[in-house]
Design a protein around this ligand. Structure first.
Ligand code: TYD
Length: 136
């Protein structure tokens, strides 16, 4: 997988004077079936989340509230996506190193994941990530 495979997905917006609405439907918006949701919140200023890749997991990351940066890296190239709208989802495929940083106060990150939690799917050492990448 390459940084170029990381994509911003523009989700539907139903604009309404009473308040806007956005939704995700697997068939039309996601290339995987959602098996798990998790969210990251109450992040103290300056803290960084992530710092790993997954062997098989696909994710979509959404800034439901506030803003933060997702820094993705494929061992060759690095790119930063600034998320600050609840109608954008960042699709991050397997085997992409990612970090979440620059969280604003009260930001809320929602992550849609393609599989249940499995610690053995994590690659938590960047050196190990580089080694596996070179084998592929
Ligand atoms: P981790 O995925 O390392 O956090 P992040 O990448 O967002 O910084 O997870 C932190 C801890 O939470 C780790 O001990 C595993 C646990 N965890 C679960 O039990 N279930 C989950 O779905 C997730 C995402 C994490």
């Amino acid at each position: 997988m390459k940084v170029g495979d990381v994509k911003l997905v523009d989700l539907p917006k139903i604009l309404d004077d009473r308040g806007n609405l956005t939704f995700i439907q697997e068939e039309s918006h996601l290339p995987f079936k959602i098996e798990r949701l998790y969210w990251i919140y109450d992040v103290p200023g300056g803290q960084v989340r992530g710092g790993h890749a997954y062997k098989e997991l696909y994710e979509v990351i959404i800034a439901l509230s506030g803003s933060f940066d997702v820094v993705v890296n494929d061992g060759r190239e690095e790119k930063t996506f600034s998320l600050n709208r609840s109608y954008y989802g960042l699709f991050v495929p397997k085997m992409i190193w990612r970090g979440l940083e620059n969280f604003s106060t009260n930001s809320l990150a929602l992550i849609l994941a393609s599989a249940p939690y499995d610690e053995s799917d994590y690659i938590r050492s960047h050196q190990e990530y580089q080694r596996i990448n070179k084998l592929n």
